[in-house]
Design a protein. Structure first.
Length: 146
């Protein structure tokens, strides 16, 4: 079966698409989840069922895509992230800036151990991905600002 939202192949028995988080409706469920409650959105990060109208996942705290940005949260700039990737990328600064802390730590360690060579190539590619909008959200799922 394929996801009705993104077209990704979904394994049998899955409750949601692992790529976009869209709930999977099986014929026997017909608009209800396994607990018999009305089907709601699911978090794309952790898969938890999110109450209708929620803008943040109650399980993991991720800002839901398409949801309003919480008050006081300033979206990250695509240009600043790309500059960080090109200029300071071997230290993973762009990933720290975007909120991808685990990836940034790995990139920092690689930068130290490999004198920045491997890490710089990685960050150069990420800089291009940021500018072409292949990386279009920060670590909280909020779209990057132009």
């Amino acid at each position: 079966m394929n996801c009705k939202n993104c077209g990704n192949i979904i394994p049998d028995g899955a409750a949601f698409c692992t790529v976009c988080g869209t709930p999977v409706e099986h014929a026997e469920q017909a608009g209800q989840n396994t607990a018999g409650q009305a089907a709601g959105a699911t978090c794309a990060v952790c898969g938890a069922v999110v109450p209708p109208g929620a803008s943040v996942c109650p399980n993991c705290g991720t800002v839901l895509q398409g949801a309003p940005i919480p008050a006081g949260y300033k979206p990250r700039s695509k240009v600043v992230a790309a500059l960080f990737a090109f200029l300071l990328g071997s230290f993973g600064i762009q990933n720290f800036y975007l909120g991808y802390t685990n990836k940034a730590i790995v990139q920092l360690i690689l930068g130290i151990l490999c004198c920045g060579t491997v890490s710089y190539i990685w960050s150069f590619i990420e800089g291009i991905l940021i500018l072409t909008e292949s990386i279009s959200v920060d670590g909280n799922g909020v779209p990057l600002d132009r």
